[in-house]
Ligand binder design. Structure first.
Ligand SMILES: *[C@@H]1O[C@H](CO)[C@@H](O)[C@H](O)[C@H]1NC(C)=O
Ligand SMILES: *[C@@H]1O[C@H](CO)[C@@H](O)[C@H](O)[C@H]1NC(C)=O
Length: 368
């Protein structure tokens, strides 16, 4: 019986072992497309980068674990004055943390960075429930988590941040809870107003998107004031959606466009009152660009990443018009627990699918 000896190249193909030497010398019996080589190399590079980032992340996590008892996980729950010793230790730790954070951001910035990140801040109530603290405290911790994440995004050079703070549906919740939330918002907006010189220094523009008429008077006025005060800023753009839902945004935009068209038609009608209407009907059609102009998000690019915390997988009527090409992510931590490492992980995942996202975008544009 004749058994063909397994040649080197068949062996390689059969067992899919492609050592570097073969790849680089391009063994004549081995037809390796250029594509394979680049794919292989990018894969190796990717893995190396991931490994590097993962080890940095590991160090970061260890530091957090070590520093946690010192810093105290939620200083807002039990405000206690730090003793001088504590302050020294936390000072050292936080400057080391800052250093590592800067390193990680520098590593991340080699890849494509998102311009716009949208958050659905889910899990504040569950956080309070699991720790058996008051619901309001859960929202408070959630707010400090929001401020921290804003800062991280700013450091990473993400220019647009949008958060879902309150949906129109939330009004159906327990009235006392709605009341408490409104009070919290008023308090926080007023705090921001007090520190508006800091906000202006950071060059941060704050928008409120939604049916502001539905808010109670003090909150609405405060929100309006904050928007006016920061309207001139040209740096980071922070948009708070409250009370918001996307269908309502679209309906508002359609109404806005209709009103505009009506006005235009009337003007035209009166200007050539006894003339023959030459291009009647042409202006009456509504285009996508018209609607875009009337969305709250006018002037903002569409979100690159949409993050919904606490593992929920629904969009819940948030930015439906704007998220066609966004990368959706649903990390497990509850919103108050969402920290820097989760944000880094989200961006790494985005960078991994970036080529695919760009490809789909290009294809969609071609088909239009
Ligand atoms: C969205 O908001 C509108 C009010 O503007 C409301 O009638 C509608 O029920 C909301 N939709 C959802 C799905 O919450
Ligand atoms: C245009 O003018 C005519 C004549 O006055 C009027 O009958 C018509 O309703 C007007 N159309 C619009 C869209 O205003």
């Amino acid at each position: 019986m004749f058994v063909e000896p397994l040649s080197y190249s068949t062996f390689l193909f059969k067992y899919q072992i492609l050592p570097y030497s073969v790849l680089f010398n391009c063994h004549p019996t081995l037809l390796i497309e250029e594509r394979t080589v680049t794919f292989f190399l990018t894969e190796v590079l990717n893995q190396m980068c991931l490994l590097f980032a993962a080890s940095l992340l590991l160090i970061w996590t260890i530091i957090i674990r070590m520093a946690a008892p010192l810093v105290s996980a939620s200083p807002l729950v039990e405000p206690k004055l730090p003793r001088p010793d504590d302050m020294v230790t936390t000072g050292v730790f936080s400057s080391f943390q800052n250093f590592i954070r800067k390193c990680l951001i520098a590593v991340l910035s080699y890849g494509p960075m998102p311009k716009h990140i949208a958050f659905i801040m889910d899990g504040n109530r569950r956080y309070a429930k699991f720790r058996s603290i008051q619901e309001g405290t859960g929202h408070r911790v959630g707010f400090s988590s929001l401020m921290a994440n804003l800062l991280y995004c700013h450091e990473m050079g993400v220019k647009y941040i949008t958060v879902y703070a309150f949906s129109i549906d939330n009004f159906k919740r327990d009235p006392s809870e709605v009341q408490a939330l409104m009070e919290l918002m008023e308090e926080k907006i007023n705090e921001l107003l007090e520190h508006s010189n800091v906000i202006n220094k950071v060059n941060c523009k704050i928008n409120f998107w939604g049916n502001l008429d539905m808010l109670c008077e003090p909150v609405r006025l405060a929100a309006q004031k904050l928007m006016d005060k920061t309207a001139q800023n040209t740096g980071i753009v922070f948009s708070v959606c409250m009370p918001y839902n996307s269908t309502s945004e679209i309906v508002n935009a359609v109404n806005g466009v209709c009103a505009e068209k009506r006005e235009m038609l009337q003007k035209e009608n009166s200007s050539n009152f006894n003339g023959h209407d030459a291009n009647g009907g042409v202006h009456s059609e509504i285009s996508v660009a018209d609607l875009d102009r009337h969305m709250y998000s006018v002037g903002c690019p569409d979100p690159d990443i949409m993050i919904r915390t606490s593992g929920e997988t629904r969009l819940s009527n948030f930015l439906l018009w704007q998220t066609t090409f966004s990368h959706l992510q649903n990390p497990d931590p509850l919103w108050p627990e969402f920290s820097f490492r989760h944000l880094v992980w989200a961006i790494l995942q985005y960078q991994r699918v970036y080529p695919y996202l760009e490809e789909t975008k290009k294809l969609a544009k071609k088909q239009l």
